[in-house]
Design a protein around this ligand. Sequence first.
Ligand SMILES: [Zn+2]
Length: 110
Amino acid sequence: MRGTPKLLFPSALVIQARFDERLQRQHRAVDAQARYRETARSCPTCQCPANHLSWIYFRSPARTWVEGCGTGGWLTMCDACDAHVDYFVEEVSEQGTPEPIKLQQAFTAS
Ligand SMILES: [Zn+2]
């Protein structure tokens, strides 16, 4: 028996982002893992540590950016449990601006 997996975004959108090679190439998971090392959680179901989860750069579809509700950032996912564990937002849109606004990084990997 398994509980209902926690999904932060619709699966179809996550799959789309995950297999968007260009999007994934533009963002390095190792950098994100270093940046969010302190806050990334392990899978609550199987206790798989954060650095063994899948790190996917997620970006919401183009229309959401035009509508002012775009979001982009790192999603950690446990493939074994089919659950989204954490989401670290890195860019958001402003109303009527299709270009992403970069959020100030709390701390940077050096
Ligand atoms: Zn798990």
